[in-house]
Design a protein around this ligand. Structure first.
Ligand code: ADE
Length: 226
């Protein structure tokens, strides 16, 4: 998979891809992540990529021309399965959206910024708008990193134990069960006996019951109640 990200703040995206699982995935050749500085596609002598909103009002709007120039330059080399725009009014990012995106070949993510992006970009170039939650971030860069992370870890071979993505919260519509590691007793608090029993069937049953109980208590909506 290849993920291209267009942003006017490329430095914000240096961290998330240069460590741990996301770095390893790139080193293993399972994913390529390319960050593109929108300013490089500005023809303005000050490299401006935003302007005042027509009709007035506070906040700057990302201009259509540099964005389209950048998208078209990237499209010359490959076809994108999705051109995603990060925005609080997009469709919520869920595990099922991440699953869907994880089987694509080329993803392009445009980070929103300031008051937003000229609507003509959204109308004519964007194929999917994604929100990472009902709150407003200063820009779409962190949202793009969250989307990329949720997607990349699902690519086969990225996680060392492939089954670990399958046992994540949400993969089966349930949150994950509790987990424990050594010591078996800490300040009088014991690890549930069944986990020490070595009895695989009982452990599996206990984990499933815990998942159902937790989902009921913490995220009842996941069970289809809302
Ligand atoms: N940009 C600003 N806030 C955002 C959010 N919640 N999700 C995606 N992009 C955003």
């Amino acid at each position: 998979m290849r993920i291209d990200i267009i942003t006017c703040l490329p430095r914000l995206l240096e961290g998330p891809f240069s460590d741990s699982i996301l770095k390893r995935a790139q080193n293993k050749g399972l994913v390529e992540v390319h960050v593109h500085d929108l300013r490089a596609y500005s023809t303005d002598k000050h490299k401006r990529v935003d302007d005042y909103a027509y009709g007035g009002g506070a906040g700057m709007v990302l201009m259509v021309e540099p964005i389209v120039r950048c998208i078209r330059a990237l499209q010359e080399d490959r076809e994108y399965d999705e051109i995603i725009y990060t925005s609080p009014d997009g469709k919520p990012l869920t595990q099922s959206v991440a699953n869907e995106l994880s089987i694509k070949k080329n993803l392009l993510i445009l980070c929103g910024h300031y008051k937003g992006v000229d609507e003509r970009v959204r109308e004519h170039f964007i194929t999917r708008e994604v929100s990472i939650g009902d709150y407003v971030l200063s820009g779409g860069e962190l949202a793009a990193a969250v989307i990329a992370d949720a997607v990349i870890r699902l690519i086969p071979g990225v996680l060392s134990d492939e089954t670990s993505a399958l046992t994540d919260s949400f993969q089966d519509g349930l949150v994950a069960p509790p987990v424990y590691t050594r010591p078996a007793e800490f300040e009088g608090h014991k690890v549930p006996e069944v986990l020490l029993s070595g009895h695989e069937k009982n452990i599996e049953k206990w984990r499933f019951e815990q998942s159902v109980q937790r989902t009921n208590k913490r995220r009842p909506g996941l069970l289809g109640d809302d």
